[in-house]
Write a protein that binds this ligand. Structure first.
Ligand code: NAD
Ligand code: ISE
Length: 342
C-alpha cells in the first residue's frame, strides 16, 4: 500500500520532509503540497518528482481525494486550524511542533481527537526516535546508574536570525527538551525557572542568549538546559543523566573522527536537519507504516503536544517574572493513558 501524503508548508522543514517522503521513506508518495508562498510550493513539488498537485491553501490539501494523510510544516500559529480540519476529515495528521501555539487550542484539539476514539494525530518530537536518546533511555530504565536524580542538557544552535526573540527560543527550541524529559523519565514537569547568564555580545537586542532553563519533575528529578543559539561552532546537543550510583552521557552524533598529524577532529553537525536526520527518517517510516496498516498513531500524541505548550508558556512566564512558575496540566483524558510514547 502506498500512503498518499499532502504537505502544508514547504519551507525549511517542509522541503526536507518532502525530500524524505519522496526519496527515503518506503510506501509513501507526496501527492499534494501548498504554501502561502505559491512559487515556493511549486518549486518544491517540481524538485521532488514533479507530480504533486500544488493547491492554493491547506484546506484544499486536506480535502484532496488523492491525499490519505497530511503533514503540517507551516508556521506554528496555523497548526491548530489544519489539525482540527484533518481530524474532522478523519485523516491521519503528522504535525510539526508546536501542536498549537496556545494551551486553549491544544486542549480543544485533545478533546476533539479523544471524542473520535481514534489517535489520528502525531506531533513531530523526533528526539524520541534518535538512537542516542533511545540508548540513554535504555540505560536509565535498566537501573544501571541507579535512581536518576538530575540531568544536564545543552541545546546549541550555530546562529539564529536577528528577529528571533527570547520568547521565540523558549517556545521553539526548549520545547524539544520539554518533550524529551517527559519521555525519558516518564514524569510530568511540575515547575520551571529561567536563569539569565552573562549575555553573549553576538545576540540581537531582542534575545537574551544564552539562557538556562531549570525544570523540576513531579518526582523531584531536576534538569538544567543551557540554550545557546549563537554559539557559531555548530549545532550541538548534549545530555548527561546523574543517577545515585553512576552517570550516563548522550552519545555524540555519529560523525567520523579524523586524526592526522595536525590532531583529531570530529566535525560538529551544521543544524538540526543533519544532527537528527536518522531520527526524522525513523519517525516518518514508523508513521507511514502505521497509516498504511490503518493503525492508530503511536508516536508523540496530542496530549504530549498540549503538555509541551503549557510548559513553554510557563517558561515564558518564568522569564518575564524571574520567578519559579508551577505547572498545572489538568486531567488527562483516559484515552491518552496508554498512548503518546514512541
Ligand atoms: P519556515 O519559515 O522555513 O517554513 C514555514 C513555511 O510555511 C513557509 O514557507 C511559509 O510560507 C509557510 N506557511 C506559513 N503559514 C502557512 C499557511 N497558513 N499555509 C501554508 N503555508 C504556510 O519554517 P520551518 O523552519 O520550516 O518551520 C516550520 C514548522 O516546523 C514550525 O512549526 C517549526 O517549529 C517546526 N520545526 C520543527 C523542527 C524539528 O526539529 N522538529 C525543526 C524546524 C522547524
Ligand atoms: C528549530 O525550530 C527546531 O525545532 C530545532 O530542532 C531546534 O534545535 C532549533 O533550536 C529550533 O530553532
Amino acid at each position: 500500500v502506498t500512503v498518499r501524503i499532502g504537505i502544508i508548508g514547504t519551507g525549511m522543514i517542509g522541503e526536507d520532509h518532502t525530500r524524505r517522503l519522496t526519496d527515503v521513506i518506503s510506501g509513501a508518495e507526496v501527492t499534494a503540497v501548498t504554501d502561502v508562498d505559491a512559487d515556493r510550493a511549486k518549486e518544491v513539488a517540481d524538485r521532488f518528482g514533479g507530480t504533486a498537485a500544488v493547491h492554493s491553501n491547506g484546506h484544499d490539501v486536506i480535502a484532496d481525494d488523492n491525499v490519505d494523510a497530511v503533514v503540517i510544516a507551516s508556521w506554528g500559529p496555523s497548526h491548530a486550524e489544519f489539525v482540527l480540519a484533518c481530524v474532522a476529515a478523519g485523516k491521519p495528521v503528522f504535525c510539526e511542533k508546536p501542536l498549537a501555539t496556545t494551551a486553549e487550542d491544544c486542549r480543544r484539539i485533545v478533546e476533539t481527537e479523544a471524542a473520535t476514539g481514534r489517535r489520528l494525530i502525531q506531533v513531530g518530537f523526533m528526539r524520541r526516535y534518535d538512537a542516542a536518546y533511545q540508548a540513554l533511555k535504555q540505560v536509565v530504565d535498566a537501573g544501571t546508574i541507579g535512581a536518576p536524580l538530575l540531568m544536564h542538557c545543552a541545546h546549541r544552535n550555530a546562529s539564529v536570525p536577528d528577529s528571533v526573540t527570547t520568547a521565540g527560543v523558549l517556545t521553539d527550541s526548549v520545547v524539544h527538551e520539554v518533550d524529551l524529559v517527559r519521555w525519558l523519565f516518564d514524569d510530568e514537569i511540575a515547575s520551571v525557572r529561567v536563569l539569565l547568564p552573562k549575555r553573549s555580545s553576538l545576540a540581537a537586542a531582542v534575545l537574551h542568549d544564552p539562557l538556562v532553563v531549570v525544570f523540576e519533575l513531579a518526582g523531584g528529578i531536576m534538569i538544567d538546559v543551557e540554550l545557546s543559539v549563537n554559539i557559531r561552532y555548530g549545532y550541538d546537543i548534549r545530555g548527561e543523566v546523574v543517577g545515585e550510583i553512576g552517570v550516563a552521557q548522550l552519545a555524540d552524533a555519529a560523525k567520523t573522527m579524523v586524526s592526522t598529524t595536525a590532531g583529531s577532529i570530529r566535525p560538529v553537525p551544521a543544524d538540526w536537519r543533519e544532527r537528527f536526520i536518522s531520527a526524522y527518517d525513523t519517525e516518518f517510516q514508523e508513521w507511514v507504516d502505521g497509516v498504511a496498516a490503518g493503525a492508530d498513531a503511536t508516536g508523540p500524541s496530542a496530549w504530549d503536544g498540549y503538555a509541551a505548550t503549557v510548559v513553554t508558556d510557563a517558561c515564558n512566564a518564568a522569564y518575564e517574572t524571574q520567578s519559579v512558575v508551577t505547572i498545572e496540566l489538568g486531567e488527562r483524558p483516559v484515552f491518552y493513558a496508554t498512548g503518546g510514547t514512541a
